[in-house]
Write a protein that binds this ligand. Structure first.
Ligand code: SF4
Length: 301
C-alpha cells in the first residue's frame, strides 16, 4: 500500500501533509509533518497540484484558503474537529453584534466561515503575542477555545471575552494525571499544551504548542518528558530525540477524528481524488485576511 501511495503521489504531483497527532504510519509516509498552519503554509509554497491533508477538516480548509489554485483533499470526509464545531459563523456574528467595539481573535482550530468573521487568527504558539499586540483600549473576543483564551488572558493581563469551547482530547487530562506522573518520573520535564485545563497547566513546567514542544525538547538536556497533549505527539517527539523517553500524561488523550485517517483511506484519496475541500471565494478571501493580519503582526512566525 505504501508503494502504491508513493507511486500515485508522484503521478498526481501531490504533496502529503500529516499533523503531529496523526497515526505514526501516516506521519512516516508524509512529505511534511507539523502543526496545521505551518503545514498549510509549507504546502502553499510547493508546486504540487494536489495537497492531501492527513488531519481534520478545518486544517484542510486552511490549506484550501492558502492554496486556492491547488486541489485539497481530506482522506476521510467525517474527520471533523469537535472544538471547531463548537462555534458557528452565525453564533460569532451574534456575539459581535452584542460587542460591536470588540476585535475578534480566532484560534486556527475553527471553520473557514468562522475565520472569515474574524479580525485576526492565531495559533496556540502565538495567541499570547497576538493578544498582546492589540490596542489596550480595545475589547477582545477570543474564540473558540476557552483554555487557550484563558492562557492568553493570564499571560497578557488582558480581559478577554471567551467562548466556552474546548478540546475533549485535552481536557480529559487531569491534574491527578500530572501529579501521578511527577511522582513516577521525578526527573521528567512536564510539557502541557495550552488547550489543557488550567490546573494541568499550573502543575506543568512548560506550556507549549506542538511545534514549541518539538523545539523545546530538541534543545533540552532532560532525558524524560511527560507530554500533556494528544498521544500522537509522542511519535514525532520520539523520532526527534531517540535518546529520550516521552510519556503521555494520559493514554485517554486521543482525538478520534485524527485517527480516522488510515493508509487505505490515503490511497483511496489519491486514487479517486476524494474528498475535495472547496471554500467559496468570498469566505476564503475574508478568512485569508484574518490569517494575513496574524502574519503581519508576527512577520517571523
Ligand atoms: S485534538 Fe482537539 S482541537 Fe485537535 S482536532 Fe482533535 S478535537 Fe480538534
Amino acid at each position: 500500500m505504501i508503494e502504491k501511495i508513493n507511486k500515485l503521489k508522484v503521478e498526481r504531483n501531490a504533496v502529503i501533509l500529516a499533523h503531529n497527532y496523526q497515526p505514526p504510519e501516516i506521519q512516516t509516509i508524509a512529505d511534511f509533518t507539523g502543526d496545521s498552519l505551518a503545514l498549510s503554509v509549507r504546502a502553499s509554497k510547493t508546486d504540487a497540484d494536489i495537497i492531501v491533508f492527513c488531519g481534520v477538516l478545518f486544517m484542510a480548509e486552511t490549506a484550501a484558503v492558502l492554496s486556492p489554485k491547488k486541489t485539497v483533499l481530506l482522506p476521510d470526509k467525517n474527520a471533523g474537529c469537535q472544538m471547531a464545531d463548537m462555534i458557528t459563523a452565525e453564533q460569532l456574528r451574534k456575539l459581535k453584534n452584542e460587542k460591536p467595539d470588540a476585535l475578534v481573535v480566532t484560534y486556527v482550530n475553527s471553520s473557514a466561515e468562522v475565520k472569515a468573521e474574524s479580525d485576526y487568527c492565531c495559533t496556540s504558539a502565538n495567541a499570547v503575542e497576538i493578544v498582546r499586540s492589540l490596542p489596550e483600549d480595545k475589547k477582545i473576543i477570543f474564540v473558540p477555545d476557552q483554555h487557550l483564551g484563558r492562557f492568553a488572558s493570564e499571560q497578557t493581563q488582558r480581559h478577554l471575552i471567551l467562548w466556552p469551547g474546548y478540546c475533549a482530547s485535552h481536557i480529559v487530562i487531569t491534574d491527578d494525571d500530572i501529579k501521578n506522573a511527577k511522582k513516577k518520573y521525578p526527573n521528567a520535564v512536564v510539557m502541557a499544551h495550552p488547550e489543557c485545563s488550567e490546573p494541568v497547566k499550573e502543575l506543568s513546567d512548560e506550556v507549549l504548542s506542538t511545534s514549541q514542544m518539538l523545539r523545546f525538547s530538541k534543545d533540552s538536556p532532560a532525558k524524560e518528558f511527560v507530554v500533556a497533549t494528544e498521544v500522537g505527539m509522542i511519535h514525532p517527539l520520539s523520532v526527534q530525540r531517540p535518546d529520550a523517553v516521552f510519556i503521555p500524561a494520559s493514554e485517554k488523550a486521543v482525538c478520534s477524528n485524527m485517527k480516522k485517517i488510515t493508509l487505505e483511506k490515503l490511497l483511496f484519496s489519491l486514487q479517486d481524488l476524494q474528498y475535495r475541500i472547496e471554500i467559496p471565494q468570498d469566505i476564503a478571501a475574508k478568512a485569508q485576511k484574518a490569517l494575513d493580519r496574524m502574519v503581519e503582526v508576527l512577520p517571523s512566525k
